[in-house]
Write a protein that binds this ligand. Structure first.
Ligand code: NI
Length: 173
């Protein structure tokens, strides 16, 4: 199992590097990321959240309906965004037990490489689109709290700092 990096952490703030191509090393990483995400009951996980600054993320927006729909996206690019937006509550595995409502475009078109180096294109809306936009932010060093007011963001970051301190203390015992 991979260790999920908790915010705040400089590794979550780097703009990640693209892959020239997907090799067996990356395929192994993707497999381990899926295991880690399912174990943590997440719907998305980006490589920087396991300490790797590469343009890779995985999603499974099907978990909610208890039907798995795993998708790995490598070097993803949003090629179209709908103007209409909606407000939806988001969380993040790097911010356990913190949630906030934020606004994002409803529908996106995303082009990416899959885990077998095949070019893919996906037009998606609603929950899947939301998860992809959240994960795409991660590989650009952007976190969901960056979409909130400064006040709300500072409150969550402060609580996370405290939480991490407490975790470190209990590790030392
Ligand atoms: Ni996240």
């Amino acid at each position: 199992m991979l260790k999920i990096v908790l915010a705040p952490d400089p590794v979550l703030r780097k703009v990640c590097d693209p892959l020239a191509q997907v090799d067996s090393h990356h395929q192994k990483l993707i497999k381990e990321m899926f295991e880690t995400m399912y174990e943590a009951n997440g719907v998305g996980l980006a490589a920087p959240q396991v300490g790797i600054n590469k343009r890779i993320f995985i999603i499974d927006a099907g978990v909610r309906e208890e039907v798995r729909n795993p998708i790995a996206m490598i070097n993803p690019i949003i090629t179209n965004l709908k103007k209409s937006t909606s407000i939806y509550e988001e969380g993040c595995l790097s911010f356990p037990s913190h949630y906030a409502e934020l606004e994002r475009p409803d529908e996106i078109t995303v082009e990416y490489l899959d885990e077998n180096n095949k070019k893919q294109k996906l037009v998606t809306k609603d929950f899947t689109s939301r998860v992809i936009q959240h994960e795409l932010d991660h590989i650009n060093g952007i976190l969901f709290v960056d979409h909130l007011s400064r006040l709300k963001r500072d409150v969550i970051i402060r609580k996370m700092k405290k939480h991490k301190k407490e975790l470190n203390k209990s590790d030392e015992k």
